[in-house]
Design a protein around this ligand. Structure first.
Ligand code: ADE
Ligand code: ZN
Length: 338
């Protein structure tokens, strides 16, 4: 481990953009397929990894939804989430806001309760074992209808006190935020925060919609906002948090080379950027790998990395006292390293 590797691993950080279904490693996929008697179209773990060659978001989504088919029981969701928390703890994650896609499961006949209770029990275990806090973000699949999103929100009703936010994920192009304006407003009425994917593949216009029509609390990705200087300045001035995912951007061909990643341009423009892993089992790295990849490729300084870690807490949905505690922990860490 280099000095920078250990600095990054020890830096207290929050993960704000993580699809729990995207943390399903091929090894666990095989184990669950066997446990549940589900056929998967792969011979081996190597075979699965070889299939993870994508040229755009949709290529990935097709494989990701197929992979989720092995998830059947509460125990499966628990095991998947626990594997993520164990891995995240090694990377210095002390708080994680995890997205889940209920429709991917309820549309296959898996009860909403099985999905969420499995995740909640893993969240409790991660807190007991590692002191890691976590929150749930319910993502609506934007390739489906707003009516289907309303049905999902209704299913979630008994658990709304354990869900922090709602969001939009899945195929972005052709499914602008405005398509879900009413269901997102209804979720806000129920006290939920809103964070949505915008400007990953979609144009700056979708980011404007996220601000003007949805009044989003956070933007997931947001890369393409940089194409519009007025929008960039507005995001910077309002202190909007962007949950940026470099290895995802590389794997999904949002960028051609990690050396082109705009993270340093984002910071220079005053954007409140964070670094996250998105779907680590599919994109070849967890959160510390993402910090390392851009630190190497874009020459980020330790100060830049600390700024990003601070942004991950101030951009979280934690209460102010918890954010203050995490900021103090960063101060102590930086002080001890000096
Ligand atoms: N990066 C991503 N973009 C959109 N939908 C997703 N679902 C899982 N990962 C996603
Ligand atoms: Zn995502």
């Amino acid at each position: 481990m280099t000095d920078l590797d250990s600095f990054i691993a020890g830096l207290p950080k929050a993960e704000l953009h993580l699809h729990i279904e995207g943390s399903l490693e091929p090894e666990l996929m095989f184990e669950l397929a066997q446990r549940n008697g589900v056929e998967i179209p792969y011979e081996s773990v190597e075979d699965v990894r070889a299939a993870y060659a994508f040229t755009r978001l949709q290529d990935f989504l097709d494989i990701y939804y197929a992979g989720a088919n092995v998830l059947r029981t509460r125990q499966d969701f628990h095991d998947m989430a626990m594997a993520y928390f164990e891995r995240a703890a090694q990377d210095g994650v002390v708080h994680a806001e995890i997205m889940f896609d209920p429709q991917t499961h309820t549309d296959r006949g898996i009860p909403f309760a099985e999905v969420i209770e499995g995740l909640l029990s893993a969240m409790a275990e991660a807190e007991a074992k590692h002191g890691m806090t976590s929150q749930l973000i319910l993502s609506f699949l934007r390739h489906l209808s707003e009516e289907a999103a309303f049905e999902t929100l209704a299913m979630a009703e008994p658990w709304l006190d354990r869900i922090t936010a709602v969001g939009l994920d899945s195929s972005e192009l052709g499914h602008p935020p405005v398509k879900f304006a009413q269901v997102l407003a209804a979720a806000r009425e129920k006290g939920l925060k809103i964070t949505l994917h915008a400007g990953e593949e979609g144009p700056p216009e979708y980011v404007y919609q996220a601000l003007d029509l949805i009044e989003a609390d956070r933007i997931d990705h947001g890369n393409r906002a940089l194409e519009d200087p007025v929008l960039t300045q507005r995001l910077a001035e309002m202190g909007m948090t962007l949950t940026v995912c470099p290895l995802s951007n590389l794997k999904l061909c949002v960028i051609d080379d990690i050396a082109q990643h705009p993270i340093d341009r984002m910071l220079q423009a005053g954007l409140k950027a964070t670094l996250n892993s998105d779907d680590p089992a599919y994109f070849g790295g967890y959160i510390a790998d993402n910090y390392r990849a851009v630190a190497d490729a874009r020459g980020l300084t330790r100060d830049d990395l600390v700024t990003i870690a601070r942004n991950s807490f101030t951009g979280s949905f934690l209460p102010a006292d918890a954010i203050a505690r995490h900021m103090a922990a960063i101060d102590a860490y930086v002080g001890a390293q000096a």
